[in-house]
Design a binder for this molecule. Structure first.
Ligand SMILES: [Zn+2]
Length: 391
């Protein structure tokens, strides 16, 4: 029975899949499918052994150097799930060891892993998958603390879902609570960011933070999430570059309207947008700060305050150069979500970048550690929100 590679799995993505049969150590080659975008990075697929009983299995990530930010092969560490195991906080997923760079005769570099062969199936993904099912699990586990409402549709007509702990009050005479608006997955393949936000949400539910108004969109580019797109710089318009007035994507239009609703029902204090960097970035979590030259003294103090609070709360999960300023060449120079948040004088917008791989001292991120990082962000956020006088 031949070994098969399947991409008809949740968030499925793989291209150029090729199986080289071998009784002892068959080889499965693949690469990430750009799904029409200029960048590729997300992959996710299932290998079915269908009766083959090899001792070991070789995975070959072809064209590794073409994946976004994949400059250092040993820092690429995908996750695998053996024989559909589902147990524990990790859901059966585990990290592969560092990849081995192997040079092809023409000079191309592939990343190679060899591992003990599973009995039936091996699920492979660039990082722990996170989608609608995980959001549903979050809602269940939080026992009704979060309410889910759709507030619009994606460009393919899927519901855009926002979680909230409190609708606040539109009555200008009512006492309003300090508020935060959080989102992740504008770049749909950035699941590391999704797990950290999951941790934020679990922590807020755990301590039943009822004196703040938190709204959260965990799957901003829901089409990309479901379709297994990487989604960074994707056409027709990168979701996180579509935040002009007027916005250039329907998702962004719906988000801007929802942020307007939230702003009218709380004392807006913080906007947070969660992302992942290039594939071989391995120093943990960091932020892209607003360029100091673009801030007045009061806004610069506010930024220093917020980012200092997050950095110290994150501890070992924070990169040594936690406070970065984006100076890379962007395909799209148009406005981002964080820029949109920061266009309001009464709130601060922060971008978190969360490594797909690991953090200080060569430690790897597990789902539990991503959630722990989120827990710490939630604690720091609450402390700061509670310092805000109610209006
Ligand atoms: Zn991103």
């Amino acid at each position: 029975m031949p070994i098969r590679v399947r991409t008809d799995v949740p968030f499925g993505n793989a291209a150029l899949t090729e199986v080289r049969e071998d009784a002892k150590c068959p080889e499965v080659a693949f690469t990430a499918d750009p799904h029409g975008g200029p960048e590729a990075c997300w992959f996710c697929f299932r290998i079915e052994l269908a009766g083959a009983r090899p001792e070991r299995l070789r995975l070959v990530l072809k064209h590794a150097g073409n994946l976004l930010g994949a400059g250092h092969i040993p820092h690429i560490r995908p996750v695998v799930r053996i024989d559909d195991s589902a147990g524990g906080e990790e859901g059966g997923w585990q990290r592969l060891q560092p990849g081995e760079p192997v040079q092809a005769p023409d000079g191309q570099i592939h990343a190679v892993w060899e591992l003990p062969a599973p009995a039936r199936t091996l699920d492979v993904a660039v990082c722990y998958p996170y989608g609608p099912q995980e959001v549903a699990q979050l809602l269940t586990d939080c026992g009704g603390y979060w309410r889910a409402d759709d507030f619009g549709v994606s460009q393919s007509g899927r519901p855009m879902v926002r979680l909230s702990n409190d609708y606040g009050s539109a009555d200008p005479q009512a006492a309003r609570k300090p508020g935060a608006y959080l989102l992740a997955r504008q770049h749909s393949g950035e699941t590391s960011a999704g797990w950290v936000l999951d941790g934020v949400m679990r922590r807020l539910a755990e301590i039943r933070a009822d004196d703040v108004t938190v709204w959260c969109v965990p799957l901003a580019n829901v089409d990309g999430v479901v379709q297994g797109d990487y989604g960074k710089d994707n056409f027709p318009y990168d979701l996180n570059r579509a935040w002009g007035r007027p916005p250039m994507r329907h998702e962004t239009l719906a988000l801007q309207r929802d942020i307007g609703r939230w702003r009218g029902r709380c004392v807006p204090r913080l906007g947070g947008d969660f992302h992942a960097p290039g594939l071989s970035e391995h120093t943990g979590t960091y932020t892209f700060a607003v360029k100091p030259e673009n801030l007045n003294d009061a806004r610069l103090r506010e930024q220093t305050h917020w980012l200092g609070a997050f950095r110290s709360a994150l501890g070992e999960y924070a990169a040594p150069d936690f406070l970065r300023v984006a100076r890379y060449t962007s395909r799209w120079e148009t406005p981002t979500a964080t820029g949109y948040f920061n266009s309001f004088e009464d709130m601060y917008g922060v971008t978190f970048e969360v490594s797909y791989v690991g953090y200080s001292g060569g430690e790897v991120f597990t789902r539990a550690r991503y959630r722990d990082a989120g827990r710490r962000i939630a604690d720091a956020m609450l402390l700061e929100l509670r310092r805000t006088p109610k209006k």
